[in-house]
Design a protein around this ligand. Structure first.
Ligand SMILES: Cc1c2[nH]c(c1CCC(=O)O)Cc1[nH]c(c(CCC(=O)O)c1C)Cc1[nH]c(c(CCC(=O)O)c1C)Cc1[nH]c(c(C)c1CCC(=O)O)C2
Length: 346
């Protein structure tokens, strides 16, 4: 189906756009009262993720309410470990918890390379329902976690400031780490291909814990698997967002992907030099700006647009929007990009 608003796709491919496209990581979720209303009627987060009609509904909410240029399918990166046989619980106000972590050869033996059509059909169904309901209004983004970030949760068993168990495994049992990364990568490639088949117009890979690895570990345990994933997705643009990986920008320039996401720690002009002219950059406003006044949001957003320049930029935050952000402030960010993104282009 022809997209009515294809700014995101054209910007990703480096085609000329009349205005910078804008969306927000974690736009579907707790910032919206409409999301909380759907969520409260259910037993928990997982029920929402696993009920395709409801996942589709909350996917479309930010398109209607925030007026963003893309939808991102409502799901989680943790559905992949679950499909592999390592289930998680989402504990209210605390985050994910894996009752059975993967730390030994015996743990690994209990896992499988998942078949997305068998074990992740609910996400594929949600994509199909969303596409139909969107009727081409905006592109739909599919996503998955990068293998290192998924390993981090499977080994650690929960969120952590240091992920010391997971990072430790890279030194104490690199062979086991590579075996696990292999299984995650094979599962994720099949899963992303199935998302594209179901209708995803662009794929984003989230490497949320990239920044806790040394450059050497990142090159051994993270980059090769991301590179493989980029090579495997050939029919839609791919975005790689590796939070904190300022040290890997030159490596990213060689990836077979269209867009690199930047967090707010990264210097825009330095990243542009290192990534080169042939990739689109996405980001990178500090989510905390949205706690500030409307005037500040406008001013800083315009500064950001000027720094990135009119082409090969997708406006976004440098990480997911924080749950206690006022949706009116999000709208201000989106509207500022929409207004000034064309003036700067013109
Ligand atoms: C690391 C990571 C996770 N999940 C995700 C990442 C990568 C992005 C990042 O770095 O933030 C990705 C994700 N999670 C969710 C989405 C939905 C789509 C969107 O971006 O709008 C996406 C893209 C929904 C969610 N995923 C989660 C919620 C909150 C659960 C709720 O509704 O109660 C939502 C809306 C829960 C979740 N999921 C995860 C954690 C650590 C938590 C708990 C902390 C938190 O709440 O943010 C794992």
């Amino acid at each position: 189906m022809q997209l009515k608003n294809d700014l995101l796709i054209r910007a990703a491919k480096g085609e000329t756009v009349e205005r910078t496209p804008v969306w927000l990581m974690r736009q579907a979720g707790r910032i919206l009262p409409e999301y909380r209303a759907v969520r409260e009627s259910l037993s928990g987060f997982k029920e929402l993720v696993e009920t395709p009609e409801l996942a589709a509904e909350v996917t479309i909410q930010p398109v209607d309410i925030l007026d963003v240029d893309a939808a991102i399918i409502f799901s989680d990166i943790l559905v992949v470990p679950e499909a592999m046989g390592c289930t998680y619980e989402m504990i209210e106000k605390r985050g994910p918890l894996f009752p059975n972590t993967i730390r030994t050869e015996a743990d690994l033996k209990k896992l499988r390379v998942a078949d997305p059509h068998e074990h992740l059909h609910y996400v594929l169904d949600a994509i199909k329902i969303t596409k139909k309901a969107l009727n081409g209004r905006v592109p739909l983004i599919g996503f998955a976690g990068a293998p290192w970030t998924i390993l981090a949760y499977m080994v650690e068993g929960s969120g952590s400031k240091t992920f010391s168990q997971a990072r430790g495994m890279l030194y104490t049992n690199p062979k086991l780490a590579h075996q696990l990364l292999r299984m995650i990568t094979d599962t994720t490639i099949a899963y992303l291909k199935a998302q594209v088949e179901a209708g995803a117009n662009l794929i984003q890979i989230f490497d949320s814990w990239a920044g806790i690895l040394s450059p050497a570990l990142y090159r051994e345990f993270a980059l090769p698997y991301i590179s493989e994933m980029c090579d495997a997705i050939t029919t839609v643009p791919v975005t790689v967002f590796a939070k904190g990986a300022f040290f890997a920008m030159e490596d990213f320039s060689k990836l077979n992907c269209e867009t690199i996401g930047l967090d707010w720690n990264m210097d825009i002009s330095k990243a542009r030099k290192e990534v080169g002219p042939n990739k689109t950059l996405q980001g990178n406003m500090d989510p905390c700006l949205l706690y500030s006044s409307f005037e500040n949001i406008q001013r800083e957003t315009i500064n950001m647009l000027k720094e990135f320049g009119p082409q090969r930029h997708i406006a976004n935050l440098g990480h997911g929007v924080y749950p206690d952000t006022d949706p009116e402030k999000v709208k201000c960010f989106v509207q500022t990009v929409k207004e000034y993104g064309s003036i700067i282009n013109g």
